[in-house]
Design a protein around this ligand. Structure first.
Ligand SMILES: [Cu+2]
Length: 274
């Protein structure tokens, strides 16, 4: 009996903690409300399962407690009960998995109007690359990385010369414009994560992964690395600034292109040698 009461107390405390704890998700600032709804549905289904199973166990402990002279029945098969249990479990699993498939489909189905921005991860910081006036990113490869080319943009590709390179870890985006994030890593697995955007994706060395989102609220957000990537992992942070189109253009114009960066760094090196 005391165990049954303790189990009911655990159920009540768990549900109350979930409802009234001060730790909730940060306010959403992107188009991905569907992801929040799917998480909510997952919480609801798993909470129902948890409450039902623990309450049933507590009930059985009470109902079938030891009574002098009472013997248990032997009932190895109960097809009706098994059909019910299999049916309810199937419904629960479908409710858990089906919305995720739909959300995933949307997550990688990039709208045509989305502009491309590249996030580049290296132990342990973030850099960014924006397409220049031609609207296209130049090709890239980690083989090209050197002191004047931290992102490994192909020096021979004309499309890359006007690419805007940002190495201070600060990414800017205009509000209400869809963006396709292209993710590249120089070394190990990283994971590009902005909690308020409800979006994250692994950076895998040797390939370009991607997802898209539309920032919907002007503000500053922290960019985190959500894959343990070595001793400096907790310091691998960046900043996303979501701003008006005018502010964004002003910021973009103040950044340097790949061509400009190469030229100024090469001339600095030459001066140092002379
Ligand atoms: Cu990392």
């Amino acid at each position: 009996m005391p165990v049954a009461i303790m189990m009911l107390a655990v159920v009540a405390a768990s549900v109350l903690f979930h409802l009234f704890s001060p730790w909730h998700a940060t306010a959403i600032a992107s188009n991905w409300g569907f992801i929040d709804n799917t998480l909510g549905l997952t919480f609801a289904v798993t909470a129902l399962g948890f409450v039902a199973v623990i309450c049933f166990m507590a009930y059985c402990l009470f109902k079938f407690r030891h009574v002098e002279g009472r013997r248990a029945d032997y009932e190895p098969e109960n097809q009706k009960l098994e059909a019910w249990l299999a049916g309810i479990t199937t419904l629960g699993v479908v409710a858990l998995l089906a919305p995720g498939l739909v959300v995933w489909g949307q997550f990688i189905d990039v709208p045509k109007e989305a502009t491309e921005v590249e996030a580049f991860g290296v132990q342990w910081n973030w850099s960014f690359r924006y397409p220049g006036a031609d609207g296209k990113l130049g090709s890239s490869d980690v083989r090209y990385i050197d002191g004047t080319n931290p992102l490994g943009v192909s020096p021979a590709d004309v499309k890359g010369q006007d690419d805007v390179i940002v190495t201070n870890g600060e990414m800017h985006l205009p509000v209400n414009k869809s963006v396709k994030m292209l993710l590249r890593s120089a070394d190990v697995l990283h994971d590009f994560y902005i909690p308020q955007m409800r979006a994250k994706m692994d950076l895998v060395p040797g390939m370009v992964s991607y997802f898209w989102f539309t920032p919907t609220e002007i503000g500053e957000y922290e960019i985190l690395c959500a894959a343990y990537c070595g001793i400096g992992h907790p310091q691998m942070r960046g900043k996303l600034v979501v701003e008006s189109e005018a502010d964004y253009q002003k910021w973009l114009e103040a950044q340097q292109t790949f061509g400009q960066m190469r030229k100024s760094q090469l001339s600095n090196e030459r001066q140092a040698l002379n």
